[in-house]
Design a protein around this ligand. Structure first.
Ligand code: CU
Length: 395
């Protein structure tokens, strides 16, 4: 009995302690914006009420089990019904639930409010990354649609409406510091409002099981001051600058056109005869999409925010920056000195080895020859060298 008690107490204590962490970026109890704050304001009192009731009931049950345990005593007098007690015990929970219900409904409706939206971003989930496209919104300088992936960039203090959908299976978008989760369902558009109070990076991950790399389908919201956001927009709208002739990057561009451009769009890239190169990922990938790489080096993670594009020290510099200096650091993007060479090269060498993806040739017959994710391309080390030089120009 004693040993069982020790083991039980030990196990439950370690379970509770396992929940303690100073660096917990996906902690639901640390809201960083009004939507998440509304949820927090509801969950804390409800949790307290439920907790107190839980303790009272548990203690009462344990007491009754101990006190009235069978010691061979005679069966007590049997009675039927006690209306006063039964009515009281019905009314009290009903009252508690009514109060909780009123506040819950109010929060649910407040969270669903979209009439005061200030910015719209379309969010599309697919195995196993998120695409963001910003429709034209002249008031933010978005004079042409912007397409990016992995990191959702938003201005602080702005009510942003995410219009979510999916290209394949059901995913769920959740950045705990900014709002609750909302599913992304193929053929439907679900609205999800977020707003961040302060500049910084807010982490999240897909929360609807969506296949092999579900656990690697992460996302980050990057909040910038309004001035920095305008700079980011301007950067995303910069036209394509082909690498200079006779450089490694120029050779990399040629490799890219041969090996990558069928799936990955780089806006403004042209053939020698001046015609635009348009990717057709729908011919090779089940979801019909691959990340737009036009400004790859402006984000600092890749492949569903699973890997850093920045090396350890540059990453620390950006992620640990205070909210004053964060924006300027983020906007520097990834330079050659800061590039996480090993992960990017590893990705080009063999993507499915870095992130599990269904690219097994035996499975391709079931998907009409299409991949779920980026396949192994059998590139040579010299091609990889050239590609890295080229990708570094995609600022
Ligand atoms: Cu997912």
């Amino acid at each position: 009995m004693r040993r069982m008690l020790t083991v039980g107490v030990g196990l439950s204590t370690s379970l509770v302690l396992a929940g303690c962490a100073t660096n917990a970026p996906q902690d639901t109890f640390q809201p960083k914006g009004p939507n998440a704050q509304m949820i927090d304001d509801l969950q804390k009192p409800v949790f307290a009420v439920a907790g107190i009731i839980g303790v009272i009931v548990t203690v009462a049950v344990l007491y009754a089990i101990y006190k009235f345990r069978d010691r061979g005593q005679p069966i007590p007098e049997q009675t039927h019904g006690k209306p006063a007690l039964e009515i009281t015990l019905t009314i009290i929970p009903a009252l508690i639930l009514t109060v909780v219900g009123v506040f819950t409904f109010r929060t649910v409706f407040d969270l669903a409010k979209t009439s005061d939206t200030e910015m719209i971003i379309n969010v599309t989930g697919q195995q196993w990354w998120w695409e963001y496209d910003y429709p034209v919104q002249n008031e933010y300088g978005i004079t042409q649609p912007i397409i990016t992936s992995g990191q959702l960039v938003i201005p602080v203090g702005t009510k942003v409406m995410l219009r979510q959908t999916s290209r394949d299976v059901i995913h769920s978008y959740w950045i705990p510091a900014l709002n609750g989760k909302r599913d992304a369902v193929p053929g439907r558009v679900h609205l999800n409002r977020i707003e961040a109070d302060e500049p910084g990076i807010y982490a999240g991950q897909c929360t609807e099981f969506c296949g092999l790399s579900h656990a690697n389908m992460r996302m980050e919201a990057v909040a910038l001051s309004k001035a920095d956001f305008a700079k980011w927009v301007a950067g995303q709208l910069k036209p394509y600058t082909p690498p200079a002739e006779n450089t490694l990057a120029k050779e990399g561009e040629a490799v890219f056109v041969n090996q990558c451009a069928r799936c990955h769009q780089v806006n403004g890239m042209k053939r020698a005869d001046g015609t635009a190169i348009i990717a057709a990922p729908d011919e090779s990938v089940v979801s019909g999409a691959a990340p737009n790489l036009s400004h790859l080096m402006s984000r600092n993670t890749f492949a569903g925010a699973m890997f850093d594009l920045l090396n350890t020290s540059c990453r620390k510099d950006v992620w640990d920056a205070d909210s004053e200096s964060f924006g300027a650091k983020y906007l520097q993007g990834v330079s050659e000195d800061c590039l996480n060479q090993s992960d990017l090269r590893g990705w080009l060498r063999n993507a499915p080895e870095m992130k599990p993806m269904y690219v097994n040739p035996e499975l391709l017959s079931s998907t009409g020859g299409k991949y779920r994710g980026m396949p192994y391309l059998g590139l040579t080390e010299s091609d990889i060298e050239k590609l890295v030089a080229y990708l570094l120009t995609l600022k």
